[in-house]
Write a new protein. Sequence first.
Length: 354
Amino acid sequence: MSTVRSSPPPPRTGTGSDFARLARQIKDAGLMRRRPFYYGVRMALVLLAYVAGWLAFVSVGDSWWTLAVGAFLAVVFGQVALVAHDVGHRQVFRRSRSSALLGRLAANVGIGMGYGWWQDKHNRHHANPNHEDLDPDVVPDILVWSQAQARAATGRVPRLIGRVQAYLFFPLLTLEGINLHVSGIRALADRSLKRRWTEGALLVAHFVAYLGALFLVLPPGKAVLFLVVHQCLFGVYLGAIFAPNHKGMPTLTGDDRPDFLRRQVLTSRNVHGNWFTDVALGGLNYQIEHHLFPSMPSPNLRQAQLIVRRYCEGLGVAYLQTTLVASYGQALRSLHRAGLPLREQARTTAPARG
């Protein structure tokens, strides 16, 4: 979900002063003010869709139409995840206690995602986006994100998958929902995780209720099929939301640490769109503005985009905005380039195996 190494970012023009001037413009425009009415309506609609989805699941019962309900709930789970994201950034509440409470209810109880684990990982990503040594989202695991990572890969799985990872990227996203569940559970073993017993209890409550509903309402075969359809589509939806944001943008390594404004703008990509794009992507299509001002309420990002883009143009800082389809193309081409060393190694060693 990231990139090949690109040319280095432009030199700094100050020690944070560029961002400070931009931040004053944003604050003077009133774009950092909370939007309680917006979030009240949004969360009410998401909750209504969540309840309606499960009522439909019970009502449809033992029918193949239940798979359509699973597809609908996959989208609803994605919207719950977006609410948890905004809450985690304190876009909704100023107080961390209120944010943590709602975040755990939405993430742990609502969709079975460990809120504490996710928040720690996501905060590290925001601090150093696309930095190969510091951003957990570009750590080579199954996929490699740069040619340097491909050359250094030692694991059998990344060496095998990395050769064709661009073709496997979207199919692998079907596992992302399961990965979120597993990662949240594994994080409970970390003693540094805040309120890990609470997090664990809430996760158990989710899985007991979720699996209980499936196997009480459906026969075992259909219950398993519902689970597969629901979780796979949930993973694809999440991946489709997050893939355009940084994948295919420049990566940083070592001491590559430009100032805050350039670190956020040069590694992020915005996506053109309308109200439907804003809803489907939860405002994360304004990724540049979100990374510069993570606590800005998402409905304010569209207005902030006009100010930020004009400001970056004045500084000569590259500001990338493209269509959703083009962003996926850039990400896939980047993944294909990143896997080049692995393909070359495979071609070199192929005769020896023969």
